[in-house]
Design a protein around this ligand. Sequence first.
Ligand code: NAX
Length: 330
Amino acid sequence: MSKKPVRVAVTGAAGQIGYSLLFRIASGEVFGPETPVELNLLELPVAIKGAEGTAMELEDCGFPTLSKINIFDNADAAFEGINWGLLVGSKPRGPGMERNDLIRDNGPIFVSQGKALNRAASDVRVVVVGNPCNTNALIALHNCREVPATRFSAMTMLDENRAKAMIAKKAGLNVGEVRNLAIWGNHSSTMYPDFEHATAGQKSVIDAVGGRAWLENDFMVGVQKRGAAIIAARGKSSAASAASACIDHVKHFMEKTPSGKWFSAAVPSDGNSYNVPAGLMFSFPIRSHGDGKYEIVQGVNLSEYARKKIADTTKELLEEREVVKELLVR
Ligand code: NAX
């Protein structure tokens, strides 16, 4: 392998998602069997031992694509010269904690990581997974002026994958036959999984599942509450599926999206798409050009029903932005 390694930093490397994500990146699944990967694991000092354990296991897998593993408790060092920053680590929501408390608690992490990215990396793409991921990404990009805002995204792919899986099960199809299911807005219970423009096999999703009633009720609630259902069953939040969605997210941005197709990701709103205020980190249907650039898919004809849902999730994101406004310096 003579190619230059891709440098990938993963924050929260000793956490649950890190434990699934790192192995899949190291295996060559994301950047291909001919591209060496150098992994920078960033953790809090208290969790460095855990990151060391994960690094030992990564070595023991013997992946030929894994060229080097570095472990850091310092973001400047971890982000030095990276090509991808996967920002997974954040503070979990404690018992009785309101969403706004979580937003305020996590804000400083993404201020300092944004600043560290600004100092350490130029040719970088940043994916925020740690919740509240849309607003955390907004904070990070505002604190990282040297990197174009369009290089930041937040992950709604898990919501898309969950929605597609639910529809496939209901319609008796393979999940690969459900296409163009865009998540709009926030990665939260206000997100809108757009079943009106998705297809299942040769049919619209609405026809494939026998009408709108199930979609407007069980499906919407099911997608929004899937995370809670997994916690109730497993005693822990989604991890392998979140890591898998992160892999899908990165691959979608790297590969040219086939014509007529789209995927979901939260990106900075350009202010000209679907009445979403400029600058909000908002999940849209996205098409990647495969060369590092992407576009927000235009011309999706939104129904009154969809517009109402999108207005609700926009309102929530505007409220979140208000909570962290003093952290937004760009
Ligand atoms: P864990 O609590 O297992 O791991 C988080 C790790 O992050 C810990 O090891 C912690 O030490 C580390 N960490 C905390 N602050 C850090 C900092 N400033 N720098 C570096 N590391 C830091 O959580 P896990 O289950 O892995 O989930 C990680 C994040 O993903 C959470 O915020 C979670 O809410 C979020 N999720 C986002 C999803 C999405 O679709 N966008 C879905 C899955 C997941 O819920």
